[in-house]
Design a binder for this molecule. Structure first.
Ligand code: NAP
Ligand code: X1H
Length: 395
């Protein structure tokens, strides 16, 4: 079994075996008078400040800079069954701007926290969480409010990992989306042709690799020759740089029978192109429509009226996929991907902005730059921001 095996705690009760020393160290902030203090100590003596920086949505907008402000806030206290995590890496997702626009839950009003995923160190525990975790553990998680130096998460959402590695963030949302969507909705068969759009991005890179592993011929779209080169290295049979090659003409010429499956996350004219190039009994997976997210509606017009006729004529189908609807597949999916990563069979490309003019994405301030970087189409792999709180000594 892999040393880096990811486990969902809730799904593995064996992990809840308590070590005796875990039961009597909790830094109960509720009984410490912090009014004259700037730090309190956890039981291993690491220093936790009383205040921290975090990103907060203060105004609903798809313009991330306008919607989100960097604030100073008290470091939160973990309640019963919760952990306080000092974040080391946080993941950027295209949908961060759907979140800041309030599209996820229109009933939620600002201010609210943002950021879907993080990896970091447990620095405090609420009561019952101490039976599963100890201070110093490294955990990855999918939970709201990751764009903060410290985040309180439910211990049920904490995935124990041996080290804080940015590659883990690539698996949590991006990898799991490709793995589960292709498995549940793709119905891939050996020898079929799979088209992946935004193929060199966070989730696209995994779709390319999983389709290849399923014995398919993989076509991937991207916006630069550097991305096309990367796609070759991960097994993409036919990278297409849509900036230098005519996508419509290339597909018509090289795939006249159409493609069997499309992993589609761009939307608009690329969605139309995908519909037009579906093979008989083809499946178009709607993973997202990033080309629309920066608009007021979040949508990008498509040629809707012709879709039913085109599907009928080819017995083709369009299938939507949203990761939270497949949570029952999540634990097994992460386990499988972790095993593949450890065995060297899966590439988790991470982009921490080294090629950006502003340099590496370090610190919460650079989340703005990282979102902008993604939306200007420059990332290769998963966009990740590194956080280095002043008191981070163990990571
Ligand atoms: P990503 O692919 O790492 O980055 C986005 C990529 O899309 C860019 O590198 C760029 O690649 C392209 N792009 C950026 N802005 C664009 C624009 N305005 N118009 C057209 N193309 C643009 O991002 P990600 O976080 O992995 O997300 C990719 C897609 O997957 C999004 O649609 C997202 O919503 C979706 N997603 C869905 C789920 C789900 O549960 N359904 C989960 C995760 C992600 P190129 O220009 O090189 O193609
Ligand atoms: C309850 O199910 C959902 C599904 C999607 C609730 C909200 C959304 C949403 O806001 C999203 C979304 C979420 C994740 C993702 O990777 C892509 C997208 S696109 C999107 C959306 C954008 C504009 C809209 O008008 C509606 C939904």
């Amino acid at each position: 079994m892999s040393r880096f095996l990811l486990r969902l705690v809730a799904a593995h009760p064996a992990h809840t075996l308590a070590k005796p020393q875990r039961l009597h160290f909790l830094p109960s902030r509720s009984i410490i008078d912090l009014s004259y203090s700037t730090h309190f100590m956890d039981f291993k003596g690491s220093s936790i400040p009383t205040s921290m920086k975090k990103l907060v949505v203060t105004k609903l907008s798809q313009n991330f800079k306008e919607a989100v402000s960097l604030q100073t806030a008290p470091v939160p206290t973990p309640g019963d069954g919760e952990l306080l995590v000092r974040n080391r890496y946080v993941g950027i997702n295209a949908s961060d701007i759907n979140y800041s626009a309030g599209r996820y839950d229109p009933s939620v009003t600002p201010p609210f926290d943002i950021g879907f995923e993080g990896v970091g160190q447990v620095v405090g525990l609420g009561l019952s969480a101490s039976s599963s975790f100890t201070v110093g553990d490294i955990v990855a998680y999918l939970s709201n409010g990751a764009f903060a130096e410290y985040t309180v998460i439910s211990s049920k959402k904490a995935i124990p990992v041996p080290a804080a590695r940015p590659e883990l963030l690539a698996l949590l949302v991006s990898g799991a989306t490709a793995h589960i969507a292709l498995r549940r909705l793709g119905e891939l068969a050996r020898g079929e042709t799979v088209l992946v759009t935004a193929a060199a991005g966070g989730t696209g890179q995994f779709a390319v690799q999983f389709a290849k592993m399923a014995g398919c011929h993989v076509v991937g779209t991207c916006s630069s020759d550097e991305k096309a080169g990367f796609l070759k290295t991960i097994g993409c049979d036919r990278p297409i740089n849509y900036k230098t090659e005519d996508l419509v003409a290339t597909l018509c010429k090289e795939y006249p029978q159409g493609v069997d499956v499309v992993y589609e996350s761009v939307g608009g004219s690329i969605f139309d192109l995908a519909v037009n190039n579906l093979a008989t009994r083809g499946r178009l997976l709607v993973i997202g429509f990033i080309s629309g997210y920066q608009s007021a509606s979040g949508l990008q017009p498509v040629k809707g009226a012709t879709i039913p006729a085109k599907l009928l004529q080819r017995s083709a189908s369009i299938r939507g996929f949203f990761l939270p609807h497949f949570i029952s597949d999540y634990s097994e999916s992460l386990r499988s991907m972790q095993e593949q990563l450890a065995a060297g069979r899966l590439v988790c490309e991470v982009d921490v902005g080294e090629q950006d003019v502003g340099g590496r994405f370090v610190g919460l301030e650079s989340v703005y730059r990282a979102v902008e970087y993604m939306y200007s189409g420059r990332n290769i792999g998963k966009v990740v921001v590194e956080l280095q709180p002043q008191n981070s000594s163990k990571l």
